[in-house]
Design a protein around this ligand. Structure first.
Ligand code: MLT
Length: 276
């Protein structure tokens, strides 16, 4: 397997870093908040079957700022990135949490570009007033204290907390990796993204009308978007199947990469026949 190639691509009013590998059916992978492409490193084996397109969304990782204004803007960036990479055929759009919100907007705004959706540890609903107020508070704190405060608030909640999950051999390495990644994101990007996340609309009706097949994946121990969120989504998305992954929290692709990668391939073999 060859290492992914990194490109810097002019996309609309910014410049995105994107990591590509493999060939075949395109799989666009959209990271969560406040992370970057690195959270998908354990999905690299999928490049044996698929064309992986793994960007840093605007303001994050190696991509230029400013940070996002809205989920709609990130969705339009994603499609403009596919254009810039000459991906004209419908792609599989996969997103975790914030990336899942963006993936839903890609499907709603650009349905012809989506062969299938993979929604991971995410939800369809908008924020409650309490969650929105928490984001305003965190944005103020990150301005005063720096990224460390976000890492401290989030890392313990991102991963599964059962004794079995905490004892996993790569647990300490994953925690350190998440901590490093969060602390590397610019404060202004974190603040912009918090505002954009708080403003995002409810996508329930849009997802009721989803034409593409969807795979929904959630960690059984996800504390941020618990399994009930994806169970509800399974009820209303017309062609959806749900996988609840044991011993995984909010970062299922990192915490259970073997289960996650196999589920994606099995889903695509069934749902996008003949393409993997
Ligand atoms: C994420 O993982 O992307 C965030 O938890 C999303 C959110 O805060 O809603």
């Amino acid at each position: 397997m060859t290492a992914p190639a990194t490109h810097h691509v002019a996309v609309r009013d910014t410049r995105l870093a994107v990591h590509t590998s493999g060939s075949g059916l395109p799989l666009l992978m959209l990271h969560g908040f406040p992370l970057d492409h690195g959270m998908w490193a354990r999905q690299e084996p999928l490049a044996e079957h698929l064309r992986l397109i793994v960007p840093d969304q605007r303001g994050f990782g190696g991509s230029a700022g400013p940070g996002p204004k809205s989920m709609e803007q990130l969705a339009d960036d994603a499609v403009a990135l596919l254009d810039a990479l000459h991906v004209t055929e419908p792609a599989v759009v996969c997103g975790l949490s914030m990336g899942g919100y963006v993936a839903q907007h890609v499907a709603a705004r650009h349905p012809d570009r989506v062969a299938a959706l993979v929604l991971v540890d995410t939800r369809l609903e908008a924020d409650t007033p309490d969650v929105r107020a928490g984001r305003v508070d965190l944005a103020a704190k990150v301005g005063r204290i720096g990224q460390r405060i976000v890492a401290e608030a989030m890392v313990p909640r991102l991963l599964a907390t059962s004794a079995e999950a905490r004892g996993a051999p790569d647990r300490v390495a994953i925690e350190a990796e998440l901590q490093r990644t969060i602390e590397a994101q610019p404060v202004a990007t974190i603040q912009a993204a918090l505002a954009a996340l708080g403003d995002r609309p409810d996508m329930t009706d849009a997802m009721r009308r989803l034409r593409a097949p969807a795979l929904l994946v959630v960690g059984a121990e996800d504390a941020l978007t618990p399994p009930a969120c994806m169970e509800k989504a399974e009820q209303l998305i017309p062609d959806a199947r749900l996988l609840v992954v044991p011993r995984a929290g909010h970062m299922t692709p990192l915490e259970a990469p073997g289960v996650f990668n196999a589920a994606v391939l099995e889903f695509l073999r069934a749902a996008v026949a003949g393409r993997t």
